[in-house]
Design a protein around this ligand. Structure first.
Ligand code: NAI
Length: 242
């Protein structure tokens, strides 16, 4: 389904990003795995993609909040893979706290990684998409960006911002054949939600359980091939934000 396509997945070394990288590889895409720190984990994801699915996969260490590093990384991916067809902006962090007590640096860092990082990747991949007259951008937002969540003003703002970014890029690049969509996951079992097992909001999920990274990867695979869908926000949340 994705044979001949090159996908870049940020934060692809674990959790949701890893599931997306492996899903895309299973559908035949070559994969560039962008990671922040854990080189061994990123290398392992690439080994699995190559060994199990026979695609080309390579890790790239890059802090997505750094404009110049992202530029270099996209250039390296172009050198290694020839181009980029699919970009998944999945890298994300939390620095939770009530707004009244939040440190300025915690607000800034979350915006820098979650929102500006996605802009940096889009900014540097766009010329490749435009040249190819095709492209698919998938931004991993969150239901927190739709509903808000006490204790996460920085995270919620970054994810709501990502939704505005998604719709604007969808409008700007639609005439060039480039689609841009967001996924808004609810509670997904990963390292990020390890500490959430007692969260009372879990009891409010209509489907009655947390999701798996594979549930988000399935949605990403749909968006990667949904030729007439752009500017959409697809909730993968067990119904919590309906
Ligand atoms: P995770 O913490 O397991 O993975 C996050 C990934 O982002 C890691 O690979 C990390 O290395 C990477 N990353 C962090 N900062 C980076 C930077 N500056 N540059 C490059 N990479 C960086 O988290 P998880 O759960 O897999 O989350 C993935 C995405 O899904 C995030 O954007 C998160 O906000 C979003 N999300 C997760 C939900 C959940 O319940 N787990 C719910 C809604 C959204």
């Amino acid at each position: 389904m994705l044979k001949g396509k090159v996908a870049v997945v940020t934060g692809g070394s674990r959790g949701i990003g890893r599931a997306i990288a492996e899903k895309f590889a299973s559908l035949g895409a070559d994969v560039a795995v962008v990671y922040a720190g854990n080189a061994e984990a990123a290398a392992e994801v690439c080994r699995i993609c190559s060994r199990e699915y026979g695609v080309k996969a390579k890790p790239y260490c890059c802090d997505v909040s750094d404009f110049a590093s992202v530029k270099e990384t996209v250039a390296a991916v172009k050198e290694d893979f020839g181009t980029v067809h699919i970009l998944v902006n999945n890298a994300g962090i939390t620095r939770d706290g009530l707004a009244a007590r939040m440190k300025e640096e915690d607000f800034d860092r979350v915006i820098a990684v979650n929102l500006k990082g996605a802009f940096h990747m889009i900014r540097h991949c766009s010329s490749l998409f435009i040249r190819n007259r095709e492209g698919c951008i998938i931004n991993i937002a969150s239901v927190t960006g739709l509903m808000g969540n006490a204790g996460q003003c920085n995270y919620a703002a970054s994810k709501a911002g990502l939704i505005g970014l998604t719709k604007t890029i969808a409008r700007e690049l639609a005439p060039r054949g480039v689609r841009c969509n967001a996924i808004a996951p609810g509670f997904i079992a990963t390292d990020m939600t390890d500490s959430q097992s007692e969260n009372p909001m879990l009891g409010m999920i209509p489907l009655g359980k947390m999701g798996e990274p594979g549930d988000v990867a399935d949605a990403a695979a749909y968006l990667a091939t949904a030729r007439y869908v752009t500017g959409d926000v697809l909730r993968v949340d067990g119904g919590i934000a309906m």
